[in-house]
Design a protein around this ligand. Structure first.
Ligand code: GLU
Length: 484
């Protein structure tokens, strides 16, 4: 085996990109890059029933969008292709036959009905059904006769029933499994396709994979894979199994709750960089308090010995905090570009100056999908309660508010040069002259023109965004409310 580290991400194209899968890809990418190795993408599509149209493109787009370019893979090529398992179909059967020859595998002709019967009988005896090596007892001649007759078959691994198999996992340490717990798993299915269990071994070997990084669900099958490597006389790769990504201690991330897939977060308006940064920390820590990492910095900091053995809890609130920090660091131009479609959802055609709005919104944006509700009041004055004019701190009540609005209305009406500076100067001069406190006059103005207690920007910025006519119209609305 070469000395160069070679990791692979081997997704099955069954739908969208699960966060757990994305994190597996990320750790595989980081580990390869950290060690000046190669990151390989292999599409595992031998289970045709689970195949979902377009899912391969989702994998490509997601990995590229997240900055995880692969060195070898379906569309970029490489010395070990093809990198799509269905295109390697012819590769697997000869290897399975080689195992049959050496006694490590055998043809099995049991039908589904026969297996169901035996499973039911085992369950009735209170036993867990394990294939009973029934077809292993067939003589060479019997097997040949069935093959010649075209009897459908699968090829099964002939797992030992005594002794134990052990190996060292780089995260979970020394693992030992008694062989009598291993079942004779199917290597080649009736349709001639390999199972995942077989294809992953063949391909990891043929592609020179040095470190197999994958989900914990495969850890108990690993002894069976190792028996296959041994049967072929191949070097066993290093294993790095990873604990799952969970919502909390007892719940998985779920499709139904809309929190499982990468696309769920993109649609909600999370930034990819924030998501990757946070995801890296769900199941790995840098060994210090540092929280912010670019992809290159993650490569630099990554090490397998700080991967966690316990499930990583994906805390959406924490992600949201990361996201807000990343949004804050965007250039104003980039923020405007990203925010525009979200502004449009609430304000399309309303003539609001998005550039100024973006300046007011950037530090207040945690996730983009919250933006439309925060800015909607600019397009249409929401219904609001007259009680909102009362504010203890600003020393206002409906009576004071009415007086303030009556005082400010003609001032605003008289402004020719509609800029924030002029609005500010003119209002401040009038308020100072009246002897009112600033807040006492500006609180009612802000309520009247926004209909909300909290707004991006204060009364002056909102007034400017609305324009003079709309501002006056809203003040009149407020005065009418206060006169009832
Ligand atoms: N195709 C498997 C999956 O999507 C990959 C497991 C592995 O990395 O070996 O779960």
């Amino acid at each position: 085996m070469s000395n160069q580290v070679r990791t692979r991400f081997a997704p099955s194209p069954t739908g969208f990109m699960h966060l757990g899968g994305l994190r597996t890809a990320l750790y595989g990418y980081l580990f390869a890059k950290k060690n000046n190795g190669k990151f390989i993408l292999r599409i595992e599509d031998t289970d045709q029933e689970r195949f979902v149209e377009g899912a391969t493109e989702v994998i490509y787009d997601t990995l590229r969008g997240c900055g995880m370019d692969w060195d070898e893979g379906p569309d970029v090529g490489g010395d070990y292709g093809p990198y799509i398992q269905s295109e390697r179909k012819a590769t697997y059967l000869p290897y399975a036959k080689q195992l049959v020859e050496s006694g490590h595998a055998y043809y099995c002709f049991c039908t589904k009905c026969e297996l169901d019967e035996r499973r039911a009988a085992a369950e009735a005896r209170g036993e867990v059904f394990k294939y009973d090596k029934h077809c292993l007892k067939l003589s060479k001649e019997e097997v040949q006769a069935k093959l010649d007759a075209g009897t459908p078959y699968v090829i099964r691994q002939n797992a030992p029933t005594t002794g134990e198999t052990s190996y060292d996992d780089l995260v979970f340490g020394h693992m030992t499994f008694p062989n009598d717990t291993l079942d004779d798993m199917i290597l080649i299915k009736q349709d001639g396709m390999p199972t995942y269990n077989f294809a992953n071994v063949i391909d990891d070997h043929l592609m020179g994979i040095t470190h197999v990084m994958r989900g914990l669900e495969y850890i108990s099958s690993t002894p069976k894979y190792n028996l296959l490597y041994d049967a072929f006389g191949w070097e066993i790769p290093q294993y790095i199994h990873m604990a799952p990504v969970m919502r909390d201690a007892t719940h998985k991330l779920s499709k139904r709750d809309g929190d499982a897939y990468y696309s769920d977060y993109v649609e909600k308006g999370y930034l990819t960089e924030a998501l990757i940064n946070y995801l890296a920390l769900v199941g790995w820590n840098p060994g210090n308090d540092r929280e912010f990492f670019t992809m290159d910095e993650l490569v630099e900091a990554f090490s397998v010995d700080r991967l966690s053995k316990s499930p990583g809890i994906f805390d959406v609130d924490k992600l949201t905090w990361f996201n807000a920090e990343y949004i804050r660091k965007l250039s104003p131009e980039k923020y405007l570009e990203l925010a525009t479609p979200w502004f449009d959802q609430a304000l399309a055609g309303k003539g609001i100056d998005y550039k100024r709005l973006a300046e007011l919104m950037q530090t207040r944006t945690e996730v983009f999908n919250r933006v439309p509700d925060m800015v909607r009041f600019l397009g249409e004055l929401p219904a609001y309660d007259v009680e909102m004019f009362t504010n203890k701190k600003a020393k206002t009540n409906p009576e004071v508010a009415k007086a303030a609005l009556e005082m400010l209305r003609p001032v605003i009406e008289g402004i020719e040069d509609w800029t924030e500076t002029t609005i500010h100067d003119v209002l401040m001069a009038k308020i100072a002259e009246s002897g009112m406190k600033n807040a006492t006059a500006l609180w009612p103005l802000r309520i009247a023109i926004s209909g909300q207690m909290s707004t991006p920007g204060g009364a002056i910025e909102i007034a400017w965004l609305l324009g003079k006519d709309e501002c006056l119209r809203r003040m009149d609305d407020g005065l009418a409310k206060l006169s009832c």
